[in-house]
Design a protein around this ligand. Structure first.
Ligand SMILES: CCCCC/C=C\C/C=C\C/C=C\C/C=C\CCCC(=O)SCCNC(=O)CCNC(=O)[C@H](O)C(C)(C)COP(=O)(O)OP(=O)(O)OC[C@H]1O[C@@H](n2cnc3c(N)ncnc32)[C@H](O)[C@@H]1OP(=O)(O)O
Length: 262
C-alpha cells in the first residue's frame, strides 16, 4: 500500500521523486513529499492565486479566499496581512514580504485517513473537519498567514453561528479545534508530518458568536521528535485575551497512520 502511494506521488511529479530517491523507503518518501508540499505551497502561492502543487486536483478550491460571509473586520485584517506578504521597494517594485498566506483545502491526502481500515465510501467522502460545511460563514471561516523567519503564524478566524456553545458564544470544542488546526499547521510547516500529542487550553473570556479573532501561534522549541507550540487568541486589536494554549506535536512516519511504529 505504502509503495503504491509513493509511486502515485512519484508519477504526479514526473517521476523525479521516485527515480532520484532509490534506497529511501516509501514512508520516508511520503514524509519528505508532504513536508515539501507544505513548504512549496508557501513559496509558490501568491495572495490571490489558487495554483499549487497539490496532487489530487489541478484546481482545488482554496477555502481561505475572501467570500461574502466575511465581515468588514475580517476583510480588513485579511487585507492588512496580505499587505505584509508583498511590500513595495524604493524603486516601486514588488518585493516578497515576511508573511505568506497558506492555502487551505477541504481534504487531506486521500490515504492519510487511516486508509486500509476505511471503506472506499468513507474515504471518498472524508473532508477536513474545519472545511466540511458548504454554507459559507456558518462554521469556521479562517485564513492562516505564516512568518517563516520568525517561526510563527497568525490565523484570522471568524466564528460562525453553527459553532454555538454557551448561548450566543462559541463552543469550547470549536475553539479547541481551530487552535489545534492553527498550531498543527505551524508545527507541520516547521517539522513535517506530525500528530497532536497534547493540547492544553485556558479559556479566559467567552467569545461571542460572529467574533473575528486573531490566533497567534509561535514555535516554543523542538526537542528530537517533539515540536512545542504556544498560542494566544485575542481580539483583532489585541486588547482582549480570549484563550491561551500550549500544544505538543510529535513527528510521525506515514506508516504511523497504518498502525506501524517507525
Ligand atoms: C500522510 C501523513 C499526514 C500527516 C499529517 C502531516 C502533516 C500535517 C501538517 C499540517 C496539517 C495541516 C493542518 C493541521 C490540521 C489539523 C491538525 C490536527 C492534528 C490532529 O488533531 S492529530 C489527531 C489527534 N492526535 C492523535 O490522535 C495522536 C494519537 N497519539 C499517537 O498517535 C501517539 O501517541 C503519538 C504520535 C502522539 C506519539 O507516539 P510515538 O510512538 O510516535 O512517539 P513516542 O510515544 O515514542 O513519543 C515521542 C516523544 O513524545 C513524548 N510524548 C508522546 N506523547 C506525549 C504526550 N501526550 N504528552 C507529553 N509527551 C508525549 C514521549 O514522551 C517521547 O518523548 P522523548 O523523546 O523525550 O522520550
Amino acid at each position: 500500500m505504502l509503495r503504491h502511494i509513493a509511486r502515485r506521488l512519484g508519477s504526479l511529479h514526473g517521476q523525479q521523486i521516485f527515480n532520484g530517491l532509490k534506497g529511501i523507503s516509501p514512508d520516508q518518501l511520503l514524509s519528505k513529499e508532504i513536508h515539501r508540499h507544505l513548504q512549496s505551497s508557501l513559496e509558490t502561492i501568491s495572495p490571490i492565486s489558487t495554483t499549487s502543487l497539490w496532487p489530487f486536483s489541478s484546481q482545488p478550491r482554496d477555502f481561505s479566499q475572501p467570500n461574502s460571509s466575511w465581515s468588514p473586520e475580517m476583510r480588513k485584517v485579511y487585507d492588512d496581512y496580505i499587505g505584509l506578504c508583498d511590500t513595495d521597494s524604493e524603486n516601486g517594485e514588488k518585493q516578497k514580504g515576511p508573511w505568506r498566506k497558506l492555502p487551505s483545502y477541504n481534504r487531506s491526502i486521500k490515504y492519510a485517513t487511516a486508509g486500509i481500515h476505511l471503506s472506499k465510501l468513507i474515504q471518498a467522502k472524508a473532508r477536513l473537519f474545519t472545511r466540511n460545511v458548504k454554507d459559507q460563514g456558518a462554521t469556521f471561516e479562517y485564513v492562516v498567514f505564516v512568518n517563516k523567519e520568525e517561526k510563527r503564524c497568525v490565523c484570522v478566524f471568524q466564528a460562525g453561528h453553527l459553532l454555538e456553545g454557551a448561548p450566543g458564544h462559541v463552543h469550547g470544542g470549536a475553539i479547541a479545534t481551530i487552535i489545534d488546526t492553527v498550531t498543527g499547521t505551524l508545527a507541520g510547516f516547521l517539522s513535517g508530518p506530525i500528530m497532536t500529542a497534547n493540547l492544553n487550553i485556558d479559556y479566559r473570556s467567552p467569545m461571542p458568536l460572529g467574533s473575528v479573532v486573531l490566533i497567534h501561534s509561535a514555535l516554543d522549541r523542538i526537542e528530537r521528535k517533539k515540536t512545542y507550540i504556544t498560542c494566544k487568541v485575542t481580539s483583532t486589536d489585541e486588547s482582549k485575551l480570549y484563550t491561551e494554549a500550549t500544544a505538543l506535536f510529535v513527528s510521525i512516519g506515514v506508516g504511523h497512520l497504518f498502525g506501524s511504529r517507525n
